[in-house]
Write a protein that binds this ligand. Structure first.
Ligand code: ZN
Length: 272
């Protein structure tokens, strides 16, 4: 796994940089990310608007960004034929490296379960047609989520369950159907991260990727709390720091393997 020809840099596979919270200082955010060797960032699309914005941003920063396009389960109540067609159009762009963020969130239920399932299934269908990987969100919905996912798994080129927060049994179920796992600053959370810290060593090196989910989930192990508590890609090394401890690997090993895995998974070869 370590025989790679990549330079040592990090890839943030999920950042919501089209959020309003980055409106005024995105250039500084980008510069700080590059100072920390976060050399490629996949912008997360969670609605039509944020997917369009993410693609526009990716186009204006050649090489630094790629993006996903999809509709988050919180937004599932808005899903309709028109939005579906927009997503189909968006995911055809080369800079869109995955369909999503999509999935099920029965934790907050901002959309009904029926709407969430329909929106999730139709995006899985889109991914099988366009043959791009999916960037998935699952919160408190494991049983139904994996049932649906299994129906499509064989036709999907890749599946990443982003911001993994579940237990060991659920993790094994995802690994069994060849899913990749995205780890965020959740693992650094003093209380909520306990379970994840204990089980993260069960993720094979070639299935593990890292992300900030910025502006959310600021790592608790930061040396200095960022202003307003906002997370940003330059804080990705703190996720690595926690992984070093919890997986008993070196930082170089974590960085090289997660970067190589992301390049392979999302087809980012031109940045390597
Ligand atoms: Zn998510």
């Amino acid at each position: 796994m370590m025989n790679n020809d990549c330079k040592e840099f990090l890839i943030d596979i999920g950042a919501n940089l089209t959020s309003k919270k980055f409106n005024t200082d995105l250039d500084d955010v980008i510069q700080r990310a590059q100072e920390q060797k976060v050399n490629h960032i996949i912008l997360t699309g969670t609605s039509i608007k944020s997917s369009l914005d993410a693609l526009a941003l990716a186009k204006s920063h050649n090489g630094l960004f790629s993006c996903t396009a999809g509709v988050h389960p919180h937004e599932a109540k808005h899903w309709n034929e028109e939005i579906k067609n927009e997503i189909v159009k968006l995911v055809a762009d080369n800079l869109v490296v995955a369909v999503g963020e999509c999935g099920l969130d029965f934790n907050r239920n901002f959309s009904s379960k029926e709407d969430q399932e329909k929106c999730f299934i139709q995006q899985l269908e889109i991914a099988t047609q366009i043959k791009k990987p999916v960037f998935l969100h699952e919160r408190d919905a494991h049983t139904r989520f994996i049932e649906i996912l299994k129906d499509f798994r064989n036709q999907l080129p890749g599946v990443v369950v982003h911001c993994y927060t579940g237990n060991l049994e659920q993790l094994k179920a995802y690994l069994d159907i060849d899913c990749h796992i995205g780890i965020t600053g959740w693992i650094c959370d003093k209380k909520r991260g306990d379970q994840l810290r204990a089980i993260v060593k069960h993720i094979p090196e070639n299935r593990l990727m890292i992300e900030t989910d910025a502006p959310y989930l600021t790592p608790h192990n930061v040396d200095k709390k960022p202003k307003g508590g906002r997370n940003e890609p330059s804080l990705l090394p703190y996720v690595v720091k926690q992984l070093v401890e919890s997986r008993n690997q070196t930082a170089s090993e974590i960085i090289n393997s997660t970067t190589n895995t992301a390049i392979k998974f999302f087809g980012l070869n031109s940045y390597c």
